[in-house]
Design a protein around this ligand. Structure first.
Ligand SMILES: Cc1c2[nH]c(c1CCC(=O)O)Cc1[nH]c(c(CCC(=O)O)c1C)Cc1[nH]c(c(CCC(=O)O)c1C)Cc1[nH]c(c(C)c1CCC(=O)O)C2
Length: 345
């Protein structure tokens, strides 16, 4: 039976001639209507915790472009915030946190997850779900433990997550406790998102690609699997997309072991290689270069066509290989959607 939502059909294993399309970071700074609302709202975190505003931002890209899915407007760093770590965003600089420096900083977080602090997020979900067109799926999300931990330890974005990698080598027991705290919090948070009304989930492991293989196994693959197992046990049937950016040669194994319904592919993955070497099972999502979208023109058309060709016949969700860049012209997003929706004709 075909669902009326193309994204959910593909997550259940259906290949569609016209793949459903949504974009990571589709609710954000490239949209003038987002800039306008943000200018009126308070801080970025205040905006995330304002259900009325967050619901409107979630709906903005659907209203403007008609994507096949809406992604909840929030941030991965609301989880450290609800764990009691101080989090703020400096405009032009990104996130700032009071960094975790030693074992006792980690242990202080144990048992401290205050899910009540995230009540506004669940209220946002409740507001959005009644407003979505019937063909549009609703995606909830969280950051994966490794990626969230990397911000908690560095206290900011870094190019290579060196502070968290060093912490994990120097204090593996404390780091494992931090990852466990994040697994538990993420599971509880995702279940509450489902109960509030999202229909599928994406877990963002944006910094999976910086780790050597054994560390990848321990801090990326194992915690992702734990979260997926636990959420599926509690709420069977809700599909989960795992995005391990930089997962590279791990992807064929993750397809067989994670239990995810889709794997997100980053920009560096060759779609022809992916279609050939990632075993059937999960749908594949991706992986247009955000810079090709920014550039537009013939280069954009060429990249779109090559992705469509490579994944033809497989369950595929069209997306970027990472988030939309703030400088992206709106017409290029329209060009992308029109071209993808002409596929199969
Ligand atoms: C690593 C990460 C973060 N947040 C997120 C990730 C994983 C995905 C990725 O790698 O891009 C995920 C995220 N962040 C945001 C969303 C909302 C939904 C959507 O995808 O549109 C989602 C899913 C809003 C946001 N999160 C942020 C903004 C910009 C805030 C503003 O200036 O108005 C938005 C719209 C801020 C943010 N939040 C974060 C950073 C590093 C920054 C600053 C730099 C940047 O914007 O990329 C942490």
């Amino acid at each position: 039976m075909s669902d009326r939502k193309p994204l959910l059909d593909v997550l259940r294993g259906e290949a569609r001639a016209i793949p459903p399309i949504w974009l990571m970071r589709q609710a954000g700074r490239y949209l003038p209507e987002y800039q306008e609302l943000r200018a009126k709202a308070g801080s970025f975190l205040d905006t995330c915790y304002n259900p009325r505003t967050a619901a409107r931002i979630t709906l903005q890209p659907i209203e403007r472009f008609g994507f096949d899915a809406a992604i909840l407007f929030s941030d991965i760093l609301v989880v450290p915030d609800a764990l009691g770590q101080k989090v703020w965003f400096e405009s032009g600089h990104g996130p700032r946190l009071v960094p975790l420096e030693n074992d006792s900083d980690v242990d202080a977080l144990s048992g401290s997850f205050d899910i009540g602090k995230l009540a506004p997020v669940f209220e946002t979900i409740d507001r959005v779900k009644g407003e979505l067109p019937s063909s549009v799926a609703f995606i909830g999300f969280c950051g994966a433990p490794w990626t969230v931990a990397s911000y908690m330890i560095a206290g900011r974005g870094t190019p290579d997550q060196a502070p968290a990698r060093l912490f994990a080598y120097r204090r593996p027991e404390a780091f494992a406790r931090l990852i466990d705290i994040l697994v538990e919090a993420s599971v509880a948070y995702l279940i509450r998102q489902i109960d509030a009304g999202v229909e599928t989930l994406q877990i963002f492991d944006s910094w999976a690609g910086v780790l050597p293989p054994q560390e990848f196994e321990r801090w990326v693959a194992a915690p992702l699997k734990k979260i997926i197992d636990k959420v599926k046990e509690a709420r069977p049937g809700v599909p989960i997309i795992a995005f391990a950016r930089g997962g590279a040669t791990h992807l064929p194994r993750l397809a067989e072991t994670l239990g995810a319904d889709a794997l997100g592919l980053d920009t560096a993955i060759d779609p022809v290689w992916a279609a050939k070497h990632i075993p059937a099972g999960p749908a594949l999502q991706g992986n247009l270069d955000p810079l090709a979208l920014l550039a537009g023109g013939a280069a954009l058309d060429r990249e779109i066509d090559s992705i469509l060709r490579s994944f033809a016949g497989r369950p595929h969700i069209f997306n970027l290989g990472h988030g939309v860049l703030p400088e992206t012209p709106l017409e290029h997003v329209s060009q992308l959607i029109e071209r993808v929706r002409r596929a199969g004709n």
